[in-house]
Design a protein around this ligand. Structure first.
Ligand SMILES: [Zn+2]
Length: 221
C-alpha cells in the first residue's frame, strides 16, 4: 500500500499541531507521550518528538530525524554538536513503521480512560487480548458489526526493546489487527496512513475506553 503524498514539511507541521492538540486534551501530561511520522519506508526514516520536552509547545526544529543505520535508527550527528535524544520509546515506533508499510504516523499518548482499561484488563507479565462488546464507534477502527473487537494489552516492560519486539511479533502474526495497542498501566498507541487518520484512531479508542469505563461505573458490566 503506498502512502498518500505529503511533503516532509507538512508531516513535521502535523506532528507539532497534534502535540499541541493532544497536550490540550490532557493526553500528554508533563512530558509524556511521543509522536512520529514516516518520511521514508526503506531504508526507514522517521521524525519523532524529543524526550523530556512538553509536547504542547514544540516547534518543528525540535523534532528529531532518525535514519536507519547498521547500528539502528540514529539521528545524524554533526561534528561539535551534542546529539539530541529521541523519544525513549522510539523502538516501538520503529517496530510499527517497519512492520506496516501502509503506516505513515504512530502516536503514543496517555489518556486516563485508556490507561485505566489497560490496568483493569491487562496483565503485568503477559499479553492479554481485551475483548469488547461491539459498539458503533468501532467502525472507525475497522471493526464491523458482528466482528470480535480485540485490542492487545502488552506488559509494560521497562526494557523497551522487549515491548517493541512483542509488538512486532503481534503485528506480523495479525496483519489485519485494528490500528491500536494498549500497554499495561501505561497508555495507548494508534497509527494510520496519515497523521490525520492516526489522530482519528486515537480519538475513537479514547471514546471506546471512556464508554466502557463509564459502563462499569453505572453498573452494567
Ligand atoms: Zn508512554
Amino acid at each position: 500500500m503506498s502512502l498518500p503524498h505529503l511533503s516532509s514539511a507538512d508531516l513535521l507541521k502535523s506532528l507539532v499541531d497534534c502535540g499541541r492538540q493532544f497536550y490540550e486534551r490532557h493526553w500528554m501530561e508533563g512530558t509524556a507521550g511521543n509522536l512520529s511520522v514516516k518520511l521514508k519506508q526503506a531504508p526507514l526514516e522517521i521524525a519523532i518528538t524529543p524526550s523530556g520536552a512538553s509536547k504542547g509547545s514544540l516547534k518543528t526544529q525540535d523534532l528529531i530525524l532518525l535514519k536507519h543505520t547498521p547500528a539502528g535508527l540514529r539521528p545524524p550527528v554533526k561534528q561539535g554538536q551534542t546529539p539530541v535524544m529521541p523519544s525513549a520509546e522510539t523502538a516501538i515506533h520503529q517496530a510499527i513503521h517497519e512492520t506496516l508499510p501502509g503506516c505513515g504516523a504512530v502516536f503514543h499518548v496517555h489518556p486516563v480512560h485508556a490507561t485505566l482499561m489497560s490496568g483493569l484488563f491487562g496483565n503485568p507479565k503477559q499479553r492479554q487480548m481485551l475483548q469488547l462488546e461491539w459498539i458503533e464507534m468501532m467502525k472507525g477502527i475497522g471493526i464491523g458489526e458482528g466482528e470480535i473487537a480485540e485490542i492487545p494489552i502488552f506488559p509494560n516492560w521497562q526494557d523497551i526493546p522487549r515491548v517493541a519486539q512483542e509488538v512486532r511479533q503481534y503485528l506480523l502474526q495479525t496483519p489485519k489487527a485494528p490500528p491500536v495497542i494498549l500497554i499495561y498501566n501505561h497508555g495507548l498507541t494508534a497509527w494510520g496512513r496519515t497523521p490525520e487518520q492516526a489522530r482519528n484512531h486515537l480519538e475513537i479508542v479514547d471514546y471506546i475506553c471512556q464508554y466502557f469505563c463509564w459502563k462499569r461505573v453505572v453498573g452494567r458490566n
